[in-house]
Structure formats: C-alpha cells, structure tokens
Design a protein. Structure first.
Length: 214
C-alpha cells in the first residue's frame, strides 16, 4: 500500500479531527473559518475543505454561525466497537496470510516501542504506539477497503483509549495482547491471529465500558 502525499488541507483535517476527538474542542463549540485560519496560520481554503470533510465524518454540523462540534457519544462508541469486533479479525487473518519478513520486523519494532513506553507508564506515547500497531496491522492485510474502514474507526476513539490505558493495568494487558497477536501473525496462523485480535477488541471495549466514559 502506497502512502499518498499529505496536502495542507489533509494536515488541517488531521489536526482538527484529533482536537475534536481528544476534547480540545468540546461538543457544541462553534468553529469558524476565520478563527481557525488565524489559529493555524493557513488560508481559509484548506480550512473550508477540512471542515467539509469533518462534516462528512459527522464530527461537525453546519449552522448559520459556523460549524458546531458534534463529536461522539456513548452509542457511537458502542457502534464503533461492534463494527471493529465484526471486521477487525479479518484484517488479522489477512495479515497472517500475507505479511513479509520485512513487514513483520517493522511490526515488531512498533511492539517493542509499545513495551518501552508501557514500562515508562507514558500514556500518550503508549497510545501513539498502539495507533501505529493497529495502523500497520490493517496495512498488512493488503486491503485498502479494510484499511479505510478500520483506521478511521480506531482513530475516533482515541480519547476513550487514553482514559482506559491510565486505569487498572489496561496498558500492560494491551501490550501482552498485542504481543500474542504479533506472534500469531509471525507464525502465519490466521485462525489464531483472528481469534486473538477479536479477544483484544472485546477486552478494549469492556475496559472502556467499565470506566463509564461518555
């Protein structure tokens, strides 16, 4: 899978998406082209394009005064996990069938990085490593459809995953689960990889449920 060139509008979209999903912009807050242009130091054209994409993602909604932040609610989180539970195992299966030695070495590098940050209890870096692990696993499936379906869903719940890794030893559990998934993929065992990723996703959902985050 090839990486596309990142335009200014893409960069603005990623910044605004992250800020909405991590709570920098609260639900109900108004975003205007003028204020965002001044804050980010870019023209209004890429701001307008990024806001349009955010509207398509249903993270903002248009009003007469600007774009109002919608964000995600508890039902959205449940739906995201339900979709991941039903689809993500297929990505793991494909990865186990198709991963090359070079790709496995890169996945192991990301896993080692996650272990390091878990030991350091650096929650922000743990989440970054977690993002990279899942993103690469989706890429190893060799399917653009799976990647384009799962990667945005995983990003959308970053705020909730951040809360989860700070409580009850979930960070260590998640690392151990990732390690087992990696070993199944490295062994080219699609059945085991699919089962382990399914279990991991269910555990992640249950961890978030136990925190009562909305």
């Amino acid at each position: 899978m090839e990486h596309r060139t990142i335009s200014i509008a893409d960069q603005v979209f990623e910044i605004l998406e992250k800020d909405i999903l991590t709570g920098v912009y609260a639900r109900g807050e108004l975003l205007t082209e003028t204020k965002l242009s001044e804050k980010l130091g870019v023209s209004r054209t890429p701001i307008r394009e990024a806001l349009r994409r955010l509207e398509q993602e249903r993270l903002v909604v248009g009003t007469s005064r600007g774009m109002r932040v919608v964000g995600l609610d508890g039902r959205d989180i449940e739906d995201i996990y339900e979709i991941r539970i039903r689809v993500e195992g297929l990505a793991a299966r494909r990865a186990a069938e198709r991963a090359t030695g070079e790709q496995l070495a890169e996945l192991k590098r990301v896993l080692d990085m996650q272990e390091f940050f878990t030991f350091k209890e650096d929650s922000d870096s743990i989440i970054d490593a977690d993002n990279q692990f899942h993103d690469m696993l989706y890429r190893l499936s060799g399917s653009l459809v799976l990647y384009d379906t799962l990667s945005p869903l995983h990003r959308k719940i970053v705020r909730y995953r951040k809360v989860s890794v700070r409580h009850g030893g979930r960070a260590k559990e998640s690392y151990a689960e990732h390690k087992a998934i990696y070993e199944a993929i490295a062994a080219h065992d699609p059945d085991q990889a699919e089962e382990l990723l399914l279990r991991h996703t269910v555990n992640a959902r249950n961890s978030i449920r136990s925190l009562g985050e909305d």
